[in-house]
Design a binder for this molecule. Sequence first.
Ligand SMILES: *[C@@H]1O[C@H](CO)[C@@H](O)[C@H](O)[C@H]1NC(C)=O
Length: 180
Amino acid sequence: MHFFRFLLCSLLTMLLAEYSQCIAIPCKDNCCSFVEGFPLRLKNLRSSYDEIRDYYETNDELEVALINKTVLENFKSPYGCHVFDEVLHFYLGTVLPTAVTEETKRFQTSIDNIGNIFQALKKDMIKCRRYFKCQKPFEIASIKKSYNDMKEKGLYKAMGELDLLFNYIEEYLASKRQKQ
Ligand SMILES: *[C@@H]1O[C@H](CO)[C@@H](O)[C@H](O)[C@H]1NC(C)=O
């Protein structure tokens, strides 16, 4: 269960630490308060996790990581908030609900507590997308929308930018060349 520890202790801290620049100044907005208030939530997450960690770690027999470096890299990408949202969604929807069984009923309170904090983090993250300058992963729909917004001028724009597209295709395919 190394992945659990990884998620709770390092990934969230890393992500939120990136934005905790207003440390000395009192917060003027909710997103600053979200970032600055995270250590308190983290403490709460860790103390709940301390109650259950041994059980899950002892029963974790797999060597391979689930929450690995790739997740952290994605958190730190320009669309990190979407990855954050999806990872929390996965824990809230799939992992945590199946974590409580007959055998682990005594963990219910701790797991509920982690779930509630995740739920709150998810909400705050959605509200703070702009504050975090979080971008959407690229979607062709956004190009189509801009094209349609340009009305009849869009055609000239799209055709006029073909040379740019050729360059991009060239660069992309060149990056795929197998090194001999
Ligand atoms: C991390 O895990 C994902 C999903 O299992 C996998 O696709 C990816 O290659 C892994 N990354 C590393 C660096 O091991």
